[in-house]
Design a protein around this ligand. Structure first.
Ligand code: PAF
Length: 326
């Protein structure tokens, strides 16, 4: 009897110790993005990790999952909604499928330059859009950056919209982008980013469009000969959280996440600016022809009908507010 009681007590105290240890154990935060470890997204992810771990004094540890190891951006956004991933850095490309209000940010030739885009996103409009995310089972933490998007392809230099005619171009899974490329006479092929390199290599598509940051981070010179700086759309990046983790946090803990996301966005924007300065020379060195002298006016005119897709469904109020912010 005595032996059995001693054993029961011992097991009980072991269980109590295990529970106490569990209560103190750090919470692992899984952060995902689709780009390589050397990318501007990883610069942001590192800043997020450093800031959150420092502010929380180790209560949270961040594990970074890069290069699409958790899937493409659409899949990761779904992961946030069901709690299989905690924080995601994503372009707005597929986000419109979840939060239609963000489609406005993907309209071609909407923003004039980086200053205007950053200013709109850091102001009232950006905050409103971040808040909207919570209506769709997502937490909007901060606006980060990917960069103005340009066209690359393996067939010819692109100087005018006519040069884009007939090209099979991979686009993001975004209706506004697809319509814009249709208007240019190209054949838009929506595809998740992790499939893109192989699709370019095998000639399933002739070209793609992404900012200099992504072209550099993904070694696209290995599979693409020509880059034209069309700067046709800004399409920001968003740092999003899962409501399943974030809604359960105290105000103080939530503030650490906000600050970590802010630090990530700042570090990423700095890296985007650096690559805007240095990236073209690097890509030329790697053998790409780079047309830096594209006249945007005929492109802008050609893609104008894509605006109807947006305004027919969502009206023009948000669009007008952004345009007035010039
Ligand atoms: O082309 C895309 O899908 C996006 O720009 C990328 C590269 C995943 C970054 O958000």
């Amino acid at each position: 009897h005595l032996a059995r009681r001693t054993l029961t007590v011992a097991i009980g105290s072991l269980a109590a110790t295990a529970m106490a240890f569990h209560a103190q154990a750090a919470t692992e935060v899984n952060l995902g993005h689709t780009l390589s470890d050397s990318s501007h997204y990883s610069v942001g992810a590192d800043a997020f990790k450093e800031t959150l771990e420092r502010l929380s004094d180790g209560e949270f540890t961040v594990t970074e999952h890069t290069s699409g190891s958790l899937g493409g951006e659409r899949a990761m956004i779904e992961g946030l909604q069901i709690g299989t991933v905690d924080v995601v850095i994503t372009s707005t490309g597929p986000l419109g499928n979840f939060v239609p209000e963000t489609y406005v940010l993907d309209l071609p030739f909407l923003f004039e330059d980086y200053d205007q885009a950053r200013c709109v996103l850091d102001g009232e409009i950006g905050n409103e859009l971040l808040t909207k995310m919570s209506d769709h089972d997502l937490v909007g933490l901060a606006w980060s950056e990917n960069g103005f998007r340009h066209m690359t392809n393996s067939l010819r230099e692109i100087n005018t919209p006519e040069d884009a005619e007939g090209l099979k171009v991979r686009t993001m899974e975004n209706r506004v982008h697809q319509e814009a490329f249709r208007q240019l006479g190209a054949s838009p092929t929506p595809m998740a980013f992790p499939e893109l390199f192989t699709a370019l290599q095998q000639g399933t598509v002739d070209g793609q469009e992404n900012p200099i940051t992504v072209i550099v981070a993904t070694n696209f010179w290995e599979v693409q000969d020509h880059l034209s700086l069309t700067g046709h759309v800004y399409s920001p990046a968003a740092i999003l959280g899962s409501p399943i983790l974030l809604d359960g946090l105290s105000d103080e803990e939530r503030e650490w996440f906000d600050q970590a996301a802010q630090a990530a966005a700042e570090a990423t924007r700095e890296e985007v600016s650096r690559l805007e300065e240095e990236g073209v020379a690097l890509l030329r060195e790697k053998g790409m022809t780079v047309n830096t002298d594209v006249d945007p006016a005929p492109f802008q005119e050609a893609v104008e009908p894509a605006y109807e897709i947006y305004t027919d469904e969502y009206g023009s109020e948000m669009l007008d507010r952004i345009r007035e912010s010039d």
